[in-house]
Design a protein around this ligand. Structure first.
Ligand SMILES: O=C(O)CCC(=O)C(=O)O
Length: 284
């Protein structure tokens, strides 16, 4: 654990092979079958009956949030509000992840947001970004995300890439910096508005060494909200599903319901769709 703590503090991310066991993964598969079915049905209803998701969510504040891929209104890109929508995730998974984070940091964390990226064939490229800029409407300025891979993650199907040693490579290039439990961390220059809103600038991306994370089902990656990351399109014939549970320090307060109240009310707000392959990332 000491070595992992050190690596997490220095690098902003760690990879834990088989972080979840087979029975955890079986439960998660069950949960995901229910959630994905719900997500797909929701998109098909909206497309079939021709109503806008933005209008729908204003009147359905307790519903699973589903965002389609930019090129197809019935192709699921991501679904969110998982804890509120699934008992196993709420009662078994989230408490287990909280224990992991406490073991790593020594501090209590609470869930801030959660999502599953379906990354269906032909879709799902996420441009280089820092998650923290998508969360700036809320008080916490430091978050820890646990990514859980439901499928093998490969170069072909669009595995995640993290910026290794970016703090050294990009020292002094931030536009803003914050005091965090991992020291002073920088928000990097990013594009503003239009189709590239929130993407870390090309110039900065070129100075970074990207590490591809090849993962098996059950592997987990724990990363903070400053570490730059991206993933390419899924060029395979099968989905590459991954769930992401993002936490903030309990001492900063509990924002899960407030975050999703805002997201239901402002589904189209580009601030919620930074660097994602969805239509909402393109309007500003
Ligand atoms: O699922 C992926 O490949 C990328 C995830 C990501 O960067 C995000 O959702 O912000």
């Amino acid at each position: 654990m000491k070595q992992q703590q050190q690596q997490f503090i220095e690098q902003g991310y760690i990879v834990l092979e088989s972080g979840l066991n087979t029975s955890d993964m079986d439960l998660l598969e069950q949960s995901n079958t229910q959630l994905y079915g719900q997500a797909q049905a929701l998109l098909e209803n909206a497309a079939g009956q021709q109503y806008s998701l933005s209008d729908y969510y204003k009147g359905a504040p307790d519903e699973l949030i589903v965002v389609p891929e930019i090129d197809n209104p019935t192709k699921v890109c991501r679904y969110e509000y998982l804890r509120a929508s699934n008992q196993i995730i709420r009662e078994q998974l989230v408490p287990k992840l909280q224990e992991y984070i406490k073991g790593l940091t020594g501090v209590d964390f609470v869930l801030f947001k959660d999502k599953c990226n379906a990354k269906n064939p032909g879709g799902g490229a996420f441009e280089p970004h820092q998650d923290v800029i998508a969360y700036d409407k809320f008080k916490p300025n430091y978050h820890i995300t646990v990514a859980i891979f439901l499928d093998e993650s490969t170069h072909e199907n669009g595995c995640l890439h993290f910026a290794k040693n970016y703090r050294t490579d990009l020292a002094g290039q931030g536009v803003k910096s914050f005091t965090t439990p991992a020291g002073q961390l920088q928000v990097l220059p990013s594009d503003k508005g239009g189709s590239k809103n929130g993407n870390i600038t090309e110039e900065i991306c070129q100075q970074v060494n990207w590490q591809a994370i090849l993962a098996k089902p059950g592997d987990i990656v724990i990363f903070d909200s400053y570490v730059p990351h991206f993933s390419n399109k899924n060029e395979s014939k099968f989905p590459r599903r991954a769930m992401f549970f993002t936490f903030n320090a309990k001492a900063d307060g509990d924002y899960y319901q407030a975050y999703y109240a805002m997201k239901h009310a402002e589904f189209d707000n580009p601030a919620f769709h930074i660097a994602t392959p969805t239509a909402h990332s393109q309007t500003f």
